[in-house]
Design a protein around this ligand. Structure first.
Ligand code: SF4
Length: 348
């Protein structure tokens, strides 16, 4: 995928004719966190849109950003994807893709009612949380969903069992919870939270509700956990941490917060153009990573730009090897049948 960057005389990320860049020239080391960048759910969701564009041609409508990255959205838009906020912006009968963050059953029902040809690119690990929400609701539990209000994934999960689910964002929210039956409480989490902060909330919930039940396996996904572990492994040795990712990317923002909690200056950059020369003053070791929705090419451009400042040593640090791959949605592998994804999900 092209990065959408247009380096040139005016937009060159690091312009050594400018005094602010010359002032921070020098040899540096970059500690490169691994795993970083695209996860299996993001790759699958982008593949879905690309395949539909190839097979059906433009326009392919996508409800919400397919993944939270401005470069991905810009690239797919240029190729004919049309990103909309809600289904009422999609013409009757058109193809519409549900984003990796998932949707509530009401959105699926609306797609069926409108006769839309819905293709579901929800990450299977988000679908797992949806299925847990419906299962916990069937056993009549109150579900505490730990997550960030307004995030699309949280909206979709809340919608699975709205009458049963309460959103909790911070550990301080736990004391005020009013639960009809404290013996029947379960928790779920957004997939892209900070692992350590989330455990603090779960511990507080367990203290208040000793019979608290949770998912059989962690809802915070492997990609989020691995990227946080990888950054933890390099943060202490870094004098500055740069995270490539967009501001609405939850897992990217969590990486910045993680570094800052260790008192390391850390910044989120959409791409190489976001680097400010003053961040580099007196810095010899930079920790570099990218959120799960950030294309790997963006990070390569950061390395190329830093090398313009002087000799650059790049040390990779790998904490885990990722082999996860998700099969495409069934309606993409088979010849696509109208409404099939929306109906399949409804029947679960
Ligand atoms: S970050 Fe995790 S839950 Fe989100 S798309 Fe990637 S694998 Fe799926």
């Amino acid at each position: 995928m092209p990065t959408g960057l247009k380096p040139g005389p005016d937009r060159g990320p690091i312009d050594m004719t400018q005094p602010q860049w010359r002032a921070v020239a020098g040899a540096r080391t970059v500690l490169l966190a691994s795993p970083r960048s695209f996860c299996a759910g993001v790759e699958r969701a982008i593949d879905v849109v690309e395949q539909l564009l190839r097979e059906r041609g433009a326009p392919v409508y996508v409800r919400k950003q397919i993944v939270h990255n401005t470069h991905v959205i810009r690239d797919l838009t240029a190729r004919g994807a049309v990103f909309v906020e809600e289904l009422d912006e999609v013409p009757d009968g058109a193809v519409v893709v549900f984003s990796a963050h998932g949707v509530s059953p009401m959105v699926r029902q609306e797609a069926v009612r409108r006769g839309l040809d819905a293709v579901d690119a929800t990450c299977p690990l988000v679908t797992k949380v949806h299925n847990e929400a419906r299962r916990f609701a069937r056993r009549n539990d109150t579900i505490i969903l730990i997550g960030h209000a307004g995030h699309e994934e949280v909206e979709g999960t809340l919608g699975q069992a709205p009458e049963h689910t309460i959103l909790v964002e911070h550990v301080s929210d736990v004391a005020d919870l009013e639960i009809p039956d404290p013996a029947r409480v379960s928790y779920l989490t957004q997939t892209t939270l900070a692992t350590d902060a989330t455990m603090t909330v779960v511990d507080a919930l367990r203290e208040r509700f000793p019979r608290l039940r949770g998912p059989a396996s962690d809802d915070i996904c492997y990609a989020t956990t691995n990227r946080q572990d990888a950054l933890r492994a390099i943060a202490e040795e870094s004098e500055l941490v740069l995270v490539v990712g967009s501001v609405n990317s939850s897992n990217s923002v969590r990486l910045v917060e993680l570094a800052r909690r260790q008192n390391i200056p850390a910044y989120l950059i959409d791409d190489v153009l976001g680097i400010q020369p003053q961040w580099l003053a007196g810095v010899g070791v930079i920790g570099l990573t990218a959120g799960a929705s950030a294309p790997p090419q963006l990070l390569h451009r950061v390395l190329e730009a830093l090398a313009e400042l002087g000799p650059l040593t790049v040390e990779g640090r790998t904490v885990a090897r990722e082999t996860v791959h998700f099969a495409p949605p069934s309606s993409i592998t088979a010849r696509h049948k109208p409404h099939s994804d929306a109906l399949e999900q409804e029947e679960r």
